[in-house]
Design a protein around this ligand. Sequence first.
Ligand code: SAM
Ligand code: SF4
Ligand code: SF4
Length: 356
Amino acid sequence: MLVDTLLRPLQDLRISVTDRCNFRCTYCMPREAFGPDHVYLPHAALLSFEEVTRVARLFVQAGVTKLRLTGGEPLLRKGIEHLIGQLAELRTPQGQPVELTMTTNGVLLPKKAQTLKDAGLNRLTISLDALEDATFQRMADVDWRVEDVLAGIAAAQQAGFERLKVNMVVQRGVNDQEVLPMAQYFRGRGIQLRFIEYMDVGNTNGWRMDHVLPSSEVRAHIHAQFPLEAVDRHRPDATAQTWRYVDGAGDIGFISSVTEAFCGDCTRMRLSTDGQLYTCLFAHQGTDLKTPLRAGANDTELGQLIAGVWTQRADRYSERRAAHQGSRIIPLVPVHADVPEHQPARPRIEMSYIGG
Ligand code: SAM
Ligand code: SF4
Ligand code: SF4
């Protein structure tokens, strides 16, 4: 098992399969920054499915048991089911299959859900920030409607995906009025709704602390209407804290990256669309895996590179941000393990490039 400098084991790999998206969520790919002139990665820069599978195999050999496909919008990557088919064949050193999941905005699921299931995808997380069209469309900045995402969720259920999760990014003053309707809609449907605190990822979303609605407030709001009780975390590395409805209508999750940072449990490495490794969502710089991969490095050499990146890892951005907030200094510049605070900020990578 590989552990980093803070003794966190490497267990998950998030794989971004495209930097493109059919949404323009204001908190992720605002249209001003990702307009018609935005330059996306050229096709030749993208890792091929064979390259992704080879890298994923090395990660599985190094102890990873969970792979998550993300983006950008992963369903925009042509033939994604072929990649899923290849990844589904990977086995851990103990001979077990890996858990294969995907995060998607959902609108292409009516076309694709069955193919994904047949290819071997185990789990799906679908993002949806509101049930009311006007709020949804303002946040996603698209003409798609809520019913298109709901149709995606229905298609996933019909295809046989169980224990679906729905991610809702909550922004104070933007969609906080949707918290209760969303909770009400998804309770009792066998779908876990997860509330995500709005994060200061990337450089373009104009993040401000006063736009963050702390999970504690969201939880109190729901609890007043639908009483909740805490559920023990079944996996110490789980990003979400789980609570359940006392009346048995299922459970909900809270991803409190801003107010209750969980860096101590962060066991994730990220592989960008063009083959860079990132050890933190808030990184400025990755480690180039693609160049040695394409230059003919063998598995041992690539495995050593991966091990070197993980064993040197010291990231705990969110915890450091929280410490700053505690002292009432909200960082307007990135705070990162490898950046002394007096240095000018370097741009961070965008979430659409590295995957959520
Ligand atoms: N396009 C897919 C989707 O939206 O599900 C996958 C990629 S998206 C970057 C992954 C997740 O990151 C989504 O659930 C999205 O809501 C979340 N996300 C993006 N920007 C965020 C931000 N600034 N704060 C919190 N969550 C964010
Ligand atoms: Fe696209 Fe997902 Fe980012 Fe929204 S959150 S812009 S759907 S990548
Ligand atoms: Fe992991 Fe970085 Fe997020 Fe902390 S800030 S939980 S180290 S990705």
